[in-house]
Write a protein that binds this ligand. Structure first.
Ligand SMILES: [Zn+2]
Ligand SMILES: [Zn+2]
Length: 217
């Protein structure tokens, strides 16, 4: 077999992941409002700063998808195509996991990183039912959920560590894109365990009903 069909299958798999990223995020996680493990895990990620689904969950997802997709595609198109497609799909999925986590934990270093963070944090703090794509805006544009963020209002207790200075203020390098709102602890002091239980409760309720976290609970 020539390499062209295999390379094509790889890219179809990778592009297929970006569509899955959009559909799973929108319909399996947000629309389900906490019904099912994937939705619960994701909405908890919205409710608590620094919360991510476990590596075990991600490995389980890769295993299940591979066990379903490879035999089905392999039966129709042959094993080499099925494996190339799967490598593209899982490779793009793992890339997404990495850049999503980096968006929360590290500052942007280039134009794409800046766009990705603005697009995703507007989803977190402004419009949880829009901007579902993380790695690309393509599917948001196709399905009409792409929203231009403007200046993003970030509740102080949920501010990403890279967004704030050691003194607990907004890092001026990001002042064109973000503003801190509300009162209460910020930075290392804002770990969920140290927040008042009623604030955690409000953030959880907001996340599980797909509304933005209150600015000043
Ligand atoms: Zn996120
Ligand atoms: Zn989300």
């Amino acid at each position: 077999m020539s390499t062209l069909p295999l390379v094509s299958a790889f890219f179809v798999g990778a592009i297929g992941w970006t569509l899955a990223e959009y559909l799973l995020h929108r319909f399996l996680m947000h629309a389900m409002r906490g019904r099912g493990m994937a939705s619960r895990e994701h909405l908890t990620h919205h409710a608590r700063r620094d919360y991510f689904a476990s590596t075990l969950d991600k490995g389980f997802f890769c295993l299940v998808v591979t066990l379903v997709m490879v035999p089905v595609v392999g039966a129709v198109m042959g094993w080499p195509i099925a494996v190339a497609l799967q490598v593209g799909f899982i490779g793009a999925y793992l890339t997404y996991e990495w850049i999503h986590r980096r968006a929360h934990t590290h500052p942007p270093t280039n134009t794409y990183g800046r766009w990705l963070r603005r697009h995703h944090f507007h989803h977190h703090f402004g419009r949880p039912l829009d901007n579902h794509g993380v790695s690309t805006p393509v599917w948001d544009k196709v399905f009409g959920t792409d929203v231009e963020p403007g200046v993003i209002r970030v509740p102080r207790r949920m501010a990403m560590r890279w967004l704030i200075t050691p003194e607990g203020e907004l890092d001026p390098r990001y002042a064109a894109d973000y503003v801190l709102v509300g009162t209460g602890p910020i930075g290392a002091a804002a770990v969920t365990e140290r927040l008042p239980p009623e604030v955690v409760e409000l953030d959880t309720r907001a996340a599980f009903t797909n509304v933005p976290p209150p600015e000043a609970p």
